[in-house]
Write a new protein. Sequence first.
Length: 157
Amino acid sequence: MNDPKHVNLPAFEVGGLPVRTTNAEESGPTSAKIGAHWQRFFAESHHERIPKTADKLLGVYTDYESNHMGAFSLITGFEVSSVEDLPDGIVGVQIPEQDYLVFHAEGEMPTIVIETWGAVMAHFVANEEYERTFTADFELYPNENEVDIHIAVRRKN
């Protein structure tokens, strides 16, 4: 994996299926929710119910309780033109304009996603230029073997 790329992205909206969890829950095989959440998203055809504006699959991490140690929401879905009038069970989230560090990886899913999140965590332990904002981070899946993990950041003082 290469060094992350710094970008600024405009605001956009996402509609998707929500789940609430913590990193502590995700570290245990019996308490982890994210894998089952992704399976449910496709098995119950939620991906077909969202009035998407593009076929770019997203996993949005938002509504952070505090930092990486607290609870957060994962919204699995797609960009939408409006978060109004979404189908039952689908929630909307507004992603503000912000700066991101983008971590790109290619390989077998979900292994590559898990490994890349490990690289994200390690990067912020060692990085002195940027800090996470814990506003809205997201995974963008350009295809079935690639992921771009966007981490919302600001420069440290």
